[in-house]
Design a protein around this ligand. Sequence first.
Ligand code: SF4
Length: 209
Amino acid sequence: MSPFDPKHRTTVGGQITIALYRIAQAIDYLLRERGKTTHLSPAQIQALLFLRHVRPGVRTIGGLAQRLGVTYATASGVADALEGKRLITRDPLPDDQRVVTLSLTDAGEVQASRLENVLDEIEAVINDLPGAEQAALLRATQAIVARLQQSGYVRVYEMCWGCQFFRRNAHPEDPRGPHHCAFVDAPLAEPVTYFECPDFVPSGEHREV
Ligand code: SF4
């Protein structure tokens, strides 16, 4: 039974699946509409927001390809376009010239900050729901995303707080940072803990070590 066939869209699961599909279409629409006024493609908009919030080590062509779910060549094309608009710079990593790092320029920072509200209309609709419905929706969507993540269909980027590899105040006197990441076995300065990370794994207990 296909949820795309209205005659068969009778199950709760099918109706919710098509509702999620429509929400994805609405998000795509909002990105394209914003792109018309900013002269950016949806992929370029996502790339700017990605570079603004992801942890520094992931700001690479490979990291962008992973985030957008595209090939390295496609991500490189997105970076080329943004570089041509003077919104980012590309530089080889000093330790490994094969890795190309991406950085927002000052103009890129300004543009990215203006894009932060691109999904405000979706959030406003959710905010209008009763509190109990919001709580149920949050639990349900988190469970859906977790299953999709296990299947490899989506990757979850979150900040360190709440990650099972995060060791809060593991070495408070360390000048490199008081916290520690057990995944990469490295200190974490406080500001770095607030960036998104693709290696995040939920601990089940928010903000616990
Ligand atoms: S793996 Fe977890 S603790 Fe380590 S940097 Fe990523 S989010 Fe932070």
